[in-house]
Design a protein around this ligand. Structure first.
Ligand code: ADP
Ligand code: MG
Ligand code: MG
Length: 213
């Protein structure tokens, strides 16, 4: 099994930044229905800051743990907002789960991604059904766990988990928000997906494509 060095993980962070930019306008529009319209901007600022910090870490010969630690801190700081704090914490969890000394094998990366996806619910104190990104992150973590436990390789398991996240995000259209800013907008968001769930599903689907190649 191949093990990734910190430098080899930069394209994944680059992909997050690229996909955030490509979807900035639509995510902002979605967030303006029952929010403040800044979700696309927050994702771009966060992912761009994370990529920049990660590049600097690699230039300074950092390991995979340090890479995600500094990237997570930069994401929170760069993005601001609720989702930025959660994304930053999730990336820092990757840093906690990985080691600068041990190689980031596929299995370690997969297990770290599960722990990172679980951070969104822990920190946000949201549950499935509250109409937040947790409606995408929880099914993602559940499916990734089930597939890795069943012996799937990371790319196959990730693709299935990303499909579960997309289904989860779609299910939020029928929900009324019980957490976050949208909670104060009553039923305004009915019929529309939660922006944070949509962006999470989009980014995980994009990573699935990279991992497959
Ligand atoms: P803000 O609401 O601060 O402007 P964003 O617009 O960047 O932040 O992100 C909004 C998204 O954050 C929501 O669509 C939702 O998915 C997510 N969110 C809000 N509150 C919570 C929470 N308590 N737990 C998990 N996710 C949350
Ligand atoms: Mg917002
Ligand atoms: Mg905001």
């Amino acid at each position: 099994e191949s093990a990734a060095q910190a430098e080899e993980l930069l394209p994944l962070l680059q992909a997050l930044a690229d996909m955030s930019s490509a979807n900035e306008a639509s995510l902002g529009k979605l967030d303006s229905i029952a929010g403040d319209g800044d979700h696309g901007q927050g994702m771009v600022l966060g992912s761009t800051a994370a990529l920049k910090a990660a590049k600097q870490a690699v230039a300074a010969h950092a390991g995979t743990s340090t890479l995600f630690d500094v990237a997570g801190a930069a994401w929170s700081e760069g993005a601001g907002g609720t989702s930025g704090a959660l994304w930053g914490a999730a990336l820092r969890e990757l840093g906690t789960m990985l080691s600068d000394d041990q190689a980031a094998t596929e299995d370690r990366l997969g297990r770290a991604a599960i722990a990172a996806a679980r951070r969104f619910a822990q920190l946000g104190e949201a549950r499935p059904g509250d109409k937040t990104m947790v409606d995408a992150t929880a099914p993602f973590a559940d499916e990734l766990t089930a597939r890795l436990d069943a012996g799937d390789d990371l790319a196959t398991a990730w693709a299935a988990a990303a499909r579960a996240a997309t289904k989860g995000a779609e299910s939020t259209a029928d929900m009324v928000a019980r957490k976050g800013r949208a909670r104060t907008h009553g039923t305004a968001s009915l019929g529309h997906q939660d922006p944070g769930a949509v962006s999470f599903a989009l980014l995980m689907s994009g990573l699935a494509d990279r991992l497959a190649n």
